[in-house]
Design a protein around this ligand. Structure first.
Ligand code: CA
Length: 257
């Protein structure tokens, strides 16, 4: 018998046969558009596009969420600008009411170079702001990959420094300046895991030796003309083992620490 010529059931076609029942949920795919850095980190904003297909009854709605709790109806591609690790949950529902199992995509975004910080050990600064150091002064570099609200986004991967335009050296621990007195320019920068790096920072310090003028006399106020630097067995200087250096008192003593 021919079916009635009107559509009393939404999935019945007028030509007379019923569509198969739709028991299969839609399938949603996600695509991301941004600039990839290293280790799966994007170094730019990321635009998210969701597209869904459903063979039988058709897609009724696609939705997404950033926490799996609050859902937003998807209407057009959206852009994530925040940094850190962001999870996008998404699914679609078809016209027969089948809901796709929620899928998720983890998106890692780090757009900001790490911030290095140079700490200069024992030093002094004059009124003009000149920084004086000795060959014993330690220089320590630390770096942070924090941004406002997110600690250690992709993480500091490497910190580099160079002295007076020499070769860049990877920082592994505190360093000191060696060489003649004078100006030394220290440049330094850090790179994070995502590959962001900053224009090098720079500081100039002045390396100086310590100069000591000696006016020593003996108990009779006779000038002491020299003293000996020795290895000794005790603090009183008794039992000298060997003479390291004989220093003339009439001259300026320069201590290279
Ligand atoms: Ca379906």
């Amino acid at each position: 018998m021919r079916a009635p010529d009107y559509d009393y059931y939404p999935f019945t076609e007028r030509s007379g046969w019923a569509k198969p029942a739709d028991t299969t949920p839609p399938e949603t795919t996600i695509s991301l558009n941004g600039t990839l850095g290293f280790e799966g980190w994007y170094v730019s904003d990321v635009t998210v596009t969701l597209s869904a297909t459903d063979d039988i009854s058709g897609v009724a709605e696609t939705a997404y969420s950033f926490d799996g709790v609050t859902w937003i109806t998807y209407t057009e591609p959206f852009t994530i600008t925040t940094e850190g690790i962001i999870t996008v949950y998404y699914n679609s529902t078809d016209n027969a009411g089948n809901v796709e199992a929620t899928e998720c995509e983890v998106i890692k975004i780090d757009k900001t170079p790490p911030k290095p910080n140079l700490t200069i050990g024992t030093h002094c600064v004059d009124e003009a702001g000149n920084i004086y150091v000795t060959s014993a002064t330690e220089f320590t570099l630390t770096a942070s990959d924090d941004v406002l609200g997110v600690a250690n986004v992709s993480g500091v991967a490497h910190t580099y420094y160079r002295i007076n335009g020499g070769n860049w050296t990877e920082y592994v621990g505190p360093f000191k300046l060696e060489g003649p007195d004078g100006n030394y320019t220290i440049e330094y920068y850090s790179v994070n895991v995502a590959g962001n790096e900053e224009t090098p920072n720079s500081v100039t310090v002045i390396l100086v030796s310590l100069k000591v003028n000696s006016y020593l006399t003996d108990s009779e106020f006779n000038p002491i003309t020299y003293f000996d630097v020795v290895f000794a067995k005790d603090r009183s200087g008794g039992g000298a083992i060997s003479l390291l250096q004989r220093i003339q008192v009439s001259s300026t003593i320069i201590l290279r620490l």
